[in-house]
Design a protein around this ligand. Structure first.
Ligand SMILES: Cc1cc2nc3c(=O)[nH]c(=O)nc-3n(C[C@H](O)[C@H](O)[C@H](O)COP(=O)(O)O)c2cc1C
Length: 305
């Protein structure tokens, strides 16, 4: 998740919490024929993680997909995920992300290009139900079935919905069941109970992808796998927070830059506390690192008592 769960966050998260089997970087894209420096840093950190890591790309054409895959192989990557879900007009109007969904022929050509890199790269896809119409997935299922995909991750919303409204699990049940590659379910999984309900309702689902739910409750992946919660959640959160702050400092980020990262994160972490709206609002307003530290201490240490 761009700006929230970059490589520094992911490394610290994995050190502090369990339960995650795979990490995906925010999508990387071409700038001319090379990569943005930030994307290079993400990929270098990902390559160090080895098998756990999947690089995600966004591409509008077989040529872009080929160039990106060649760059990944050169950098020692083994997995690539094609983003067919990004809903932002800046991407979709260039026929990237969910902008490709109304064009199954184009999706097929891009997947042919990706699969040309098998077996050096294992290929997976992240998709929504459609760009504007949720019926679009029906035409994409036979396309996905033509390729030896490692996984199809389905976020059952249209791009027009962005992140609002309810995921359409009924349509997910109808369409994703027709997929031959392993299916991963994604969208609004916020509790272990919700995860178990999904797995029971759709027993052919082989995995869950969790974004915002993990940021709201970093203990969620481990809880889904049946791990007991730590003796003190607040203590574990405090340690995670301190480690993350230190890691951002070690990465050379300024106080202001770190606050720009932490403020949006607290929009999610706030849900680990009573009155999350109030907590998030207090963090939204903070502009100085010393005030920020005081706020964190008062919140985390107070809730330990
Ligand atoms: C700020 C933000 C950034 C995101 N960036 C990406 C991305 O780069 N690639 C991707 O596949 N999905 C991205 N997503 C979508 C999530 O992966 C996920 O599909 C969506 O949030 C629904 O799942 P969730 O309810 O578990 O968060 C992003 C979502 C948010 C809110």
């Amino acid at each position: 998740m761009q700006g929230l769960a970059g490589h520094v966050f992911r490394a610290v998260y994995l050190r502090c919490f369990g339960g995650v089997d795979r990490c995906y970087c925010p999508f990387v894209r071409l700038r001319g024929s090379s990569l943005h420096a930030r994307d290079e840093r993400e990929l270098a950190a990902g390559a160090r993680m080895g098998e756990l890591f999947t690089a995600q790309i966004i591409a509008a054409s077989p040529a872009q997909a080929t160039t990106l895959c060649a760059l990944l192989v050169e950098r020692g990557h083994h997995r690539v995920n094609l983003n067919l879900g990004c809903p932002y007009p800046m991407e979709t109007r260039r026929r990237r992300g969910a902008g490709l969904l109304p064009f199954p022929g184009e999706v097929e050509r891009v997947l042919e290009a990706l699969c040309g890199f098998e077996p050096a790269l294992r290929i997976s896809v992240k998709t929504r139900l459609g760009l504007e119409r949720s019926s679009e997935l029906a035409a994409l299922v036979p396309v996905f079935n033509r390729f030896p995909l490692d996984a199809v991750i389905v976020h059952p919303r249209t791009a027009t919905q962005m992140y609002t409204g309810a995921p359409d699990w009924e349509l997910f049940g109808e369409q994703a069941q027709r997929l031959e590659p392993p299916v991963v379910a994604n969208g609004d999984i916020l509790t272990a109970e919700e995860a178990q309900r999904l797995l029971a309702a759709y027993p052919w689902v082989t995995g869950l992808m969790i974004g915002r739910g993990l940021l709201r409750d970093p203990f969620l992946p481990a809880a889904i796998k049946g791990s007991a919660p730590p003796p003190s959640r607040q203590q574990a959160l405090l340690l995670f927070h301190e480690t993350l702050l230190e890691a951002y400092q070690q990465a050379g980020m300024s106080g202001g830059h770190i606050l720009d990262r932490m403020r949006p994160l607290w929009g999610y972490l706030a849900y680990s506390f009573p009155e999350p709206e109030r907590v998030a609002k207090r963090f939204r307003k903070v502009r100085r690192m010393d005030r920020y530290q005081l706020l964190v201490e008062s919140l985390l240490r107070a809730s330990q008592q």
